[in-house]
Structures are given as C-alpha cells and as structure tokens.
Design a protein around this ligand. Structure first.
Ligand code: FES
Length: 152
C-alpha cells in the first residue's frame, strides 16, 4: 500500500487511478485501504466512497477465485446472452455482482467484451468461451470448480 500511496500523494486529481491501483493490488477496496488512503490524503473516507461507488469497476468485498463475465452487449444479447446469464446465475446460485458463498466464483455482467464475432461470449478469468449456449455453461464452470485460484 505504501508504494501506491507514494506514487499518487499530492495528486488529488488522481483518485480514480489511485483506487484502480489499490484494487489491482488487493483485488478490492477494503475499509482498511480506504481509511489509510483517507489518512494519507486530504480526502474524507465518505468522499472516497462517494467516488468509488459511482463506478461499477470497483468492488468492496474480496473477489471470488474465478471471475465469470457474461456479455450482455448487443451482439451477445441477440444471440441469447440473457438466457446464458440466467443459467450462470442459476448454477452458481448468485446474481450478477455477487460472489458465491464458497468464494469460488464471482459473476459480472458486462456490456461488450470486444469479441462480438464470437458471440455469445462468456469469459472466465482471462479465457474466452465463444458461442456459448445455456447447455454448455455447466461444463465450462466445472472446469474451474477444482482448479486453484489464478488470483492473489
Ligand atoms: S457484444 Fe458481446 S462481445 Fe461484443
């Protein structure tokens, strides 16, 4: 945390990059990290939360071991992206934005993953699963259930 603080101190305008660096390092914005950031700057914790909660990129609880991103952009939507998201939510027993109780998976719905030709797309960690169907979800998720984490 100290190296992140030293990079950004005195640059009030760099709050977002500051928060991005903290999340990159720790996986989320903990209360402790925000308090430390507040103490090291002239920005109140309330103000930091106000900024951070405005952006969907920031999370306030530890991430799951594997991140499942289900695309809901136009190309994926017209190819049953919503049905795929419903299936993932049902199988993981969580909604988008949540983490499974065993902290194995977290689920995100995203607007476009930049590979529309492969629609509908699900990305688990960094691996793209192209032309997904609701029927394939179980087999994709099972690949990660026994696998150790790729995150810190
Ligand atoms: S709309 Fe899904 S990858 Fe672009």
């Amino acid at each position: 945390m100290k190296h992140i603080l030293s990079q950004h101190l005195g640059k009030r305008s760099s709050l977002i990059p500051f928060l991005q660096d903290i999340q990159k390092e720790f996986g989320y914005l903990s209360t402790k990290a925000i308090d430390e950031l507040s103490r090291s700057t002239d920005i109140s914790a309330n103000e930091i939360y106000g900024v951070a909660t405005f952006y969907t990129q920031f999370r306030f609880s530890p991430p799951g071991e594997h991140t499942v991103r289900v695309c809901q952009g136009t190309a994926c939507h017209v190819r049953r992206g919503r049905q795929i998201l419903n299936e993932v939510e049902q199988q993981l027993k969580i909604k988008a934005g949540q983490t499974t109780e065993d902290r194995k998976f977290d689920l995100e719905r995203v607007a476009c993953l930049g590979c529309c030709a492969l629609a509908p797309v699900v990305v688990v960690d960094d691996k793209v699963h192209a032309r997904m169907t609701a029927k394939k979800i179980s087999s994709v998720l099972s690949q990660y259930k026994g696998r150790q984490t790729r995150k810190k």
